[in-house]
Design a protein around this ligand. Structure first.
Ligand code: HEC
Ligand code: HEC
Length: 217
């Protein structure tokens, strides 16, 4: 595929959607059986800056001046590239576990059988805005998902687990409001919610006008 723009680099690779084209490019720059550039592999010292660019979350620099470094104030976090920050994935299918299928719409699947917990609210909080399905989130401790009445009183306070998943079978009246809190900061959904299947809208790219994943504040 042609890699002509920044967006191409940060996009999931068509041949391996678990990696970005940038990650796959770095692999190819070390792959003696399929070298890139084809004439011969670059020196390790030439690949290292590219690895640093990936590890730093694909920062966009400015030409001709020194890079201002990570996250300038006022940058839209939803403009961030697609990536699985933890680089680790759920791969056990429908094995019974609270760690299952991070990022995937929990309720849509669970409602297909009464042998699965019937969640009123369930989803996944991620450290960046466009993480792929089944990517395990890594979060600092103390993140909360707060479900509130339309008037603003707290109905449920849920703690995402070690992969970012949260869920509750306790019934809540719809519509309700929701926010995510961490360390005195919060990200609140301005609209009221009528479905507790958070990941059905908060997909990798965002469905039904959602901007992407439920984001760590
Ligand atoms: C594609 C279908 C599917 C998706 C998506 C899915 N699950 Fe499940 N889940 C299942 C099935 C099937 C079971 C029951 C497995 C069994 O009984 O062996 C289950 C069981 C569970 C259980 C019960 C575990 C236990 O120890 O009793 C929890 C908790 C759970 N899922 C949480 C979630 C969460 C949270 C999400 C979303 C982030 C999710 N699941 C997404 C299919 C799914
Ligand atoms: C029907 C689709 C839909 C569902 C279901 C949904 N959301 Fe949203 N969410 C949106 C849309 C659209 C926005 C952006 C507009 C807004 O804030 O109202 C949004 C925004 C948000 C934001 C703020 C975004 C930001 O700036 O970080 C948070 C947090 C959020 N949702 C959390 C949740 C949680 C938690 C759930 C599950 C209880 C949920 N959402 C369910 C569509 C949805």
């Amino acid at each position: 595929m042609a890699l002509t723009a920044y967006e191409d680099l940060v996009h999931p690779s068509p041949s391996n959607p678990a990696k970005t084209n940038a990650q796959l490019s770095a692999d190819r720059m070390r792959d003696s059986t399929a070298p890139m550039p084809p004439a011969g592999l670059p020196a390790a010292s030439e690949v290292a800056p590219f690895d640093q660019f990936i590890a730093a979350g694909y920062p966009v620099g400015t030409c001709g001046s020194v890079d201002a470094g990570p996250v300038d104030a006022g940058v839209d976090p939803f403009a961030a590239p697609a990536k699985c920050t933890s680089n680790s994935y759920w791969f056990l299918g429908n094995l019974r576990s609270t760690l299952m299928h991070p990022g995937v719409a929990c309720v849509a699947c669970h409602s297909q059988s009464l042998s699965r917990p019937q969640f009123a609210v369930a989803g996944t909080v991620y450290p960046s805005a466009h993480e792929p399905n089944d990517c395990n989130a890594t979060l600092p401790s103390g993140v909360k998902v707060v479900v509130m009445s339309v008037a603003g009183s707290t109905l449920l306070t849920l703690s995402p687990n070690s992969v970012g998943n949260f869920s509750s079978t306790t019934a809540v009246a719809t519509p309700f409001r929701v926010k995510v809190t961490y360390s005195g900061r919060e990200r609140a959904m301005s609209a009221t919610v009528t479905s507790g299947d958070c990941n059905s809208c908060h997909t990798q790219t965002g469905a039904s006008n959602a901007p992407g994943r439920i984001l760590l504040p």
